[in-house]
Design a protein around this ligand. Structure first.
Ligand code: ITT
Length: 213
């Protein structure tokens, strides 16, 4: 039996790994844009995580006619008034290494009091079904900016995102541990619930059927 196809509107390979770990590969066949042979230049000019996730999911749904999901996420640092926020990927330049970006953020907090180091990862997941119905959810995980980078798991800002209750950064957690508590894990599980509640998953040939993934 062919699995329903779920196109994921992302070019970020790290996100794809986590998405597959979180949603599993049992129920859906999850394809990245690259795997689906799509080369779209999507302009993320929304003013919120939700708006940008919808922009990406809509673009792929319209280009293919298939249901598409997208993830827009980022790091909000309270001491920096929520920066880098929706600009997390572009912060200090798209090609700047995360070693540099992470050290820059740590340096920006040099004068911060311990209680001023709070930050959160935010993730909006959007789904646009084959018939154009739109769903969007947003989840967060609260933490602090570490005093120094630690850990080699994960990606992006994980080495400086410290969880006081675990006394570890998210880069020091195993993938299972991170997915169980992360913004992305929580948002994707919530979206999976919406898919189940709205019966959007309709069986083996459902990919072409209106309203079904
Ligand atoms: P797509 O738009 O193609 O999905 P992107 O990397 O450009 O890929 P975003 O615009 O959503 O995606 O930016 C997300 C950025 O936020 C990402 O590049 C990281 O810098 C950061 N980020 C998001 N989730 C993260 C996580 O779980 N761990 C570490 N950093 C994360």
């Amino acid at each position: 039996m062919e699995k329903p196809k779920l196109l994921f509107a992302t070019g970020n390979a790290h996100k794809m790994i986590e998405i597959r770990e979180i949603l599993g590969t049992e129920v859906y066949e999850i394809l990245s844009m690259k795997e689906a042979g799509l080369d779209l230049d999507i302009v993320e000019d929304g003013d919120s995580f939700e708006a940008n996730a919808l922009i990406k999911a809509r673009a792929v749904q319209r280009a293919t006619g298939h249901a598409a999901m997208a993830d827009d996420s980022g790091l909000e640092v309270d001491y920096l008034d929520g920066a880098p926020g929706i600009y997390s990927a572009r912060f200090l330049g798209e090609d700047t290494s995360y070693t540099v970006k992470n050290q820059y953020l740590i340096d920006q907090l040099a004068e911060a009091k311990p209680e001023e180091r709070t930050a959160r990862f935010v993730c909006a997941i959007a789904l646009v079904t084959a018939d154009g119905t739109e769903y969007v959810v947003r989840e967060t995980v609260e933490g602090e900016i570490a005093h120094r980078p630690a850990g080699a798991n994960g990606f992006g800002y994980d080495p400086i995102f410290y969880l006081p209750e675990y006394q570890k950064t998210t880069a020091e957690l195993s993938p299972e541990e991170k997915n169980a508590l992360s913004h992305r894990g929580k948002a994707l599980r919530k979206m999976r619930q919406i898919i189940e509640e709205n019966k959007l998953l309709c069986g083996d040939t459902a990919v072409e059927k209106e309203g079904c993934l």
